[in-house]
Unconditional design. Sequence first.
Length: 99
Amino acid sequence: MISRQWRGLARPDQAQNYVKHLRTETFPALRTLPGFVSASILSRRLGNGIEFLIVTQWDSLEAIARFAGADLEAAVVPPESAAMMIEYDRRVRHFEVIE
């Protein structure tokens, strides 16, 4: 199993809108993809915003490629999500899940 991790710093007044977007748009769409396993939202207050770490789990890198395209480490950030952020990772990190 592969863990895909992405970080973004949301504007404080947009943090709840971002969570709502994940729950109503992003995660339901991911659940339709073969090889998608699960998703988690982690957050904390950081400086002038709310930091989010989005962790998704996938069966394989091939499953991630069906979602992200040929450049597996390219972040997939829709314009409406990007507009809620102060800053965000353009590249994601992948880890093999050991346990």
